[in-house]
Design a protein around this ligand. Structure first.
Ligand code: PEP
Ligand code: MG
Length: 589
């Protein structure tokens, strides 16, 4: 039994598919002379199949998600065709009798050594791309994908990786993936967000796992408690199978509430919105009964793009999202790049000692006025697509606002963008302008900022990491980075009350919006709008239907007296179990 962080709830049982096996257990075998030609042929065959795969993926992603998201696969095809890449691999197979997998491992080691010396972020990004290509090739060489087609691996898969690369996460959509486990990562890492948005049970931060499990093993993922069990005894397995069935049944039951109103037992209406990263996610938002899109993270459009997408390209994507969104209600967040997400073409290729506290998000956008203005104009043009008299709204959300000066500047740029569209004679619609509240300084001075915004969206993921000075992606300090710690609770209550008193609509769009245990607390504080991964909407709606505001307010009073995170967590867990033991099972640790 292995312990990690519970990042996406539920139970899954399946066959292990270890993505990064090659890096952990490199193939050190030396070939016999007579095996060399056969190995070369195997490598060429893997290369061809990978090329076919990448082209198909590019076409599929282009069709289903968008051209810009698909561009990454064109980059990977270029790497695959690069003669320097392939000549090295061939050379080591022929001259040193390495296996193809062994040669690829050496190639990656070589690139890693060279690239890490430069400290150049752009090159680091390219290194990730090379890794991606090597992983794909290796999968064919180790016959994992062949087996998946022919034998035991076509069942439900449990993907096990050190951490998931973005392209792997996209490709996962095609396989029958029931669970995800990563060695690295945390509650808010890429793999965790993907797993949650698809409703797949997942555990992160299980160190050393790839040394203990191999492709083909039977693995149980308990994403509610953060436990992974490898080849369990038959009794344990039977018990987990029962839990898995119950989990599926519960999810089906909950999803049936998609057309029910989101209202508490004592009649208070709530807004349950979806967080999305691309056009595809809008389908999940619709399927899960979201009332609209509460947070569209536009950076994914840029992360998968080789160059700055121009105004028309951005407009086309925003318009598509608006058209497909429930009630044509969307909140588009301007670029939130930096920290852990970098885009080389925006000059983001220098080293910073503290990237999360450095040149990221709105700070970076301000210094790229050309690009930033094009994004503002694209959002305003999208708003013009709303038909008169039809329900709908387009909101513009600025991330990481720290002080009044920044919000004034953002407002100024909004006016400038409006003017430039008017001068060009391009139609623009009415938009509301809001700020993400995720910097403690903005929370403390919220009253000043409220004079400048039409709405507030609390980004609890960042707010918690900045308030506790504990990196949200570092498992070593995850004990500190806790949304239910007393300091966070006091801050959230202060901010929500300030917004309500000033009559400024407030939403919370961090991960805690979809956490059953946090729901009563937020409801009791006066929050009425929640934005979360689509997969959580049915659960939170069911919980809302069972809860009353009056009870939630009493819960807040009690929690405000508590001095430790554990006390708060235990108490909220108890309250949740009293309301619904079923929903408590969908809660994560
Ligand atoms: C947040 O910080 O809570 C948030 C919603 O934004 P992101 O997770 O994209 O930083
Ligand atoms: Mg944030």
């Amino acid at each position: 039994m292995e312990k990690g962080l519970a990042v996406s709830p539920g139970i899954a049982i399946g066959v292990a598919y270890c993505i990064l096996e090659i890096f952990v257990n490199p193939d050190r075998k030396r070939l016999e002379e007579h095996e060399v030609n056969k190995e070369l042929a195997r490598y060429e065959q893997a290369r061809e199949r990978t090329a076919v795969d990448l082209a198909a993926l590019q076409a599929k992603v282009e069709e289903q998600i968008g051209k810009s998201e698909a561009a990454i696969f064109a980059v990977h095809q270029t790497i695959l065709r690069d003669p320097a890449f392939t000549n090295k691999v061939r050379h080591w197979i022929v001259e040193e009798h390495l296996t193809a997998a062994g040669a690829l491992h050496r190639l990656l080691e070589e690139y890693t050594t060279i690239f890490s010396k430069t400290g150049d972020e752009y090159l680091q990004e390219r290194l990730n791309d090379i890794r991606d290509v090597v992983v794909r090739l290796s999968a064919y060489l180790s016959d994992v994908l062949n087996e998946a087609e022919e034998s035991g691996l076509n069942g439900p898969l449990i993907v096990i990786a050190d951490e998931l690369l973005p392209s792997q996460a996209v490709a996962l959509g095609e396989a029958d993936v029931h669970g995800i486990v990563t060695q690295a990562g945390s509650q808010t890492s890429h793999a965790a967000l993907i797993a949650r948005s698809r409703g797949i049970p997942a555990v992160s931060g299980v160190s050393g796992l790839l040394r203990k499990v191999k492709t083909g093993d039977t693995v149980v993922v308990n994403g509610s408690e953060g436990i992974v069990s490898i080849n369990p005894e038959s009794e344990e397995l039977a018990a987990y199978r029962k839990l898995e069935r119950e989990f599926f049944h519960l999810k089906d039951q909950l999803a049936a509430n998609r057309d029910h109103p989101a209202v508490t037992r004592d009649g208070t209406a709530l807004k349950l919105l979806a967080n999305i990263n691309n056009v595809k996610d809008v389908e999940s938002a619709v399927a899960m009964g979201a009332a609209g899109v509460g947070l569209y993270r536009t950076e994914y459009l840029y992360l998968t793009h080789e160059n700055v997408p121009d105004e028309d390209e951005q407009f086309a994507v925003y318009r598509e999202i608006l058209q497909k969104s429930p009630q044509h209600h969307i909140t588009i967040r301007t670029l939130d790049i930096g920290g852990d997400k970098t885009v080389a073409y925006l000059g983001h290729n220098h080293n910073e000692a503290n990237p999360f506290m450095g040149w990221r998000s709105i700070r970076l956008s301000f210094e790229h006025p050309e690009f930033f203005m094009s994004q503002l104009r694209a959002i305003m043009r999208c708003a013009a697509e709303l038909k008169p008299g039809e329900a709908g709204e387009v909101n513009m959300l600025f991330p990481m606002i720290t002080n009044v000066e920044e919000m004034r500047k953002a407002r100024h740029l909004v006016r400038k963008a409006e003017k430039s569209l008017d001068e060009r004679g391009v139609p623009r619609g009415q938009i509301k302008v809001g700020m993400m509240l995720e910097v403690p300084a903005a929370a403390v001075a919220i009253h000043h900022l409220l004079e400048l915004v039409d709405f507030v969206s609390i980004g609890s993921n960042d707010l918690v990491q900045y308030l506790t000075a504990a990196d949200r992606d570092n498992p070593k300090v995850s004990g500190l980075c806790q949304p239910l710690s007393p300091a966070v609770v006091i801050t959230l209550k202060y901010v929500i009350e300030a917004c309500n008193q000033a009559n400024i609509p407030v939403t919370l769009c961090g991960e805690m919006a979809g956490q059953p245990r946090a729901f009563l607390l937020l409801l009791g504080m006066g929050l009425r709008s929640f934005s979360m991964s689509p997969a959580f909407i049915p659960t939170i709606k069911e919980l809302a239907n069972l809860a009353t505001v009056e009870h939630a307010q009493r819960v807040v009073e009690k929690v405000m007296e508590m001095k430790t995170t554990n006390q708060v967590k235990r108490y909220l867990r108890m309250e949740l179990e009293a309301i619904s033991p079923d929903i408590a099972r969908l809660d994560t640790e």
